[in-house]
Design a protein around this ligand. Structure first.
Ligand SMILES: NC(=O)c1ccc[n+]([C@@H]2O[C@H](COP(=O)([O-])OP(=O)(O)OC[C@H]3O[C@@H](n4cnc5c(N)ncnc54)[C@H](O)[C@@H]3O)[C@@H](O)[C@H]2O)c1
Length: 413
């Protein structure tokens, strides 16, 4: 048992913030949910129902002035991360920052600089590699079940703002090395109206039903250890046209391969005595009251490989079963990790530098698409076309520059 619980505050009571709140309520031995802050409360938004005793605030400054917190979760829109993280760091409060770390390298540098200057613990809430199935796959690879990794690939949607940082994170984890260079290309395709969206314009099938085009990006990645990578993503995967299409990744090795992703595609194939054998992902559950929670994930290889869910005594799932938000186990992993860093000085399991690199690679893919040929991140201009457009959107929305006018912005959150 930890010596004491940490007083945690949530900044941003939106979709992800609420998922964090639900996960925190399942970690009462680690955390006391002390406070939550969202400017939308000033405009009638109701706080999450799990809040109980937690106090609510409408600005980060107010929250940090009124509360003594051991840690905060920053789950606000990405363009605000560098501002809020700077304020939090200046007050000496540790933080778990949702991904992407920030949008552009300039914003990430502000954030990373403030955290380094303050010397506060910080972790990025990158969840993909922490998911139980992906941890099982990492163990299978470490145990040599598919031999030496040769190639990694992904088929996914954009992670928002036409970026692919999640994919970069997981592919690097599987490749076992950093990316040296990328080459890529993108193409936009016009979309016909989504069937049904004209008949009931007041009831869009999905927020993305109004899309008139979709953009596909394909990138080739060269890893420092010789592994070859390929990443394909599309802007509108969540829209009606693609909904239900599995997202998946593959890891090919000298002795087999793994397919991992949605819709039960998870399989490990090994060549055993010149015969290919397929092993489906298996999950064992146990009852917790009237609910079921996953206990272990495994492949029935010889020897068997398994990942035991360290949170199997709590109602957290990865699938979203039972009406709780999906990804609960990965989020508990994040929250436990920052807890261990704060209370025991353990190393961060996903550092700010690592999350910065994921987004930098996503930016490099954009830049490479406009150029042709291989491009290393060290060949990026100070501000890429994509970063310029993100900064422009920020200036339009906020009326000031996100970097030059940071001191003024610190007073606005
Ligand atoms: N790791 C993942 O898989 C994953 C999934 C979803 C979202 N996210 C990340 O989580 C973050 C939040 O995304 P979301 O989907 O919850 O967005 P959202 O729009 O649902 O919620 C954001 C909330 O932040 C609030 N907010 C805005 N400015 C604020 C400020 N200055 N102080 C406090 N609160 C403020 C908004 O009012 C809103 O309630 C983003 O960084 C997003 O990229 C990560």
């Amino acid at each position: 048992m930890p010596e004491r619980k940490l007083r945690i505050g949530i900044i941003g009571d939106g979709r992800r913030g609420r998922s964090h709140i639900q996960t925190i309520t399942e970690l009462p031995d680690l955390y006391e949910l002390a406070a939550i802050c969202d400017p939308a409360y000033a405009h009638g938004k109701q706080p999450a129902k799990e809040l109980k005793q937690a106090r609510t605030y409408v600005s980060v400054r107010e929250l940090l002035s009124a509360e003594t917190l051991d840690v905060v979760v920053i789950s606000t829109p990405p363009e605000t991360h560098h501002i809020i993280a700077t304020l939090v760091a200046e007050r000496g409060v540790p933080m778990l920052i949702e991904t992407p770390l920030a949008l552009t390298r300039a914003m990430m540098n502000v954030l990373a600089g403030a955290i380094a200057k303050a010397g506060v613990p910080a972790e990025a809430g990158e969840n993909m590699w922490r998911r139980p199935v992906e941890q099982l796959n990492q163990k299978a690879i470490a145990q040599g079940l598919i031999g030496r990794v040769l190639r990694v690939s992904s088929y996914y949607e954009s992670a928002g703002s036409d970026s692919c940082y999640h994919t970069m994170s997981l592919l690097r984890t599987y490749a076992g090395a950093d990316v040296e260079a990328v080459r890529s290309f993108s193409r936009e395709f016009p979309l016909d109206p989504i069937p049904g969206s004209e008949e009931k314009p007041s009831e869009p099938i999905h927020p993305m039903a109004g899309l008139t085009e979709e953009k596909w990006t394909q990138a080739e990645l060269r890893y420092a250890n010789g592994v070859l990578g390929s990443c394909t993503y599309v802007t509108g995967w969540m829209g009606p046209l693609r909904r239900g299409h599995p997202r998946f990744m593959t890891i090919e090795g000298t002795e087999g391969f793994i397919i991992t992703g949605d819709a039960d595609v998870n399989t490990l194939r090994r060549v055993e005595g010149f015969t290919p054998r397929d092993y489906a992902k298996r999950v064992a559950f146990q009852k917790l009251g009237d609910r079921e929670v996953p206990v272990r994930y495994y492949y029935e290889t010889h020897p068997e490989v398994e990942y035991r869910n360290p949170f199997s005594d709590r109602f957290l799932t990865d699938s979203g079963a039972g009406g709780v938000p999906s990804d609960g186990i990965a989020r508990a992993h994040e929250l436990q990790s920052i807890f261990n860093t704060i209370t025991r000085g353990a190393d961060s399991r996903y550092s700010v530098a690592r999350a910065r690199r994921d987004q930098e690679l996503s930016i490099t893919i954009h830049e490479a698409a406009g150029r042709g040929g291989w491009l290393g991140s060290d060949q990026l201009p100070d501000e890429t076309e994509w970063e310029r457009s993100q900064h422009e959107v920020f200036r339009k929305d906020w009326g000031v520059d996100p970097i030059k006018e940071l001191p003024a912005l610190l007073k606005r959150v």
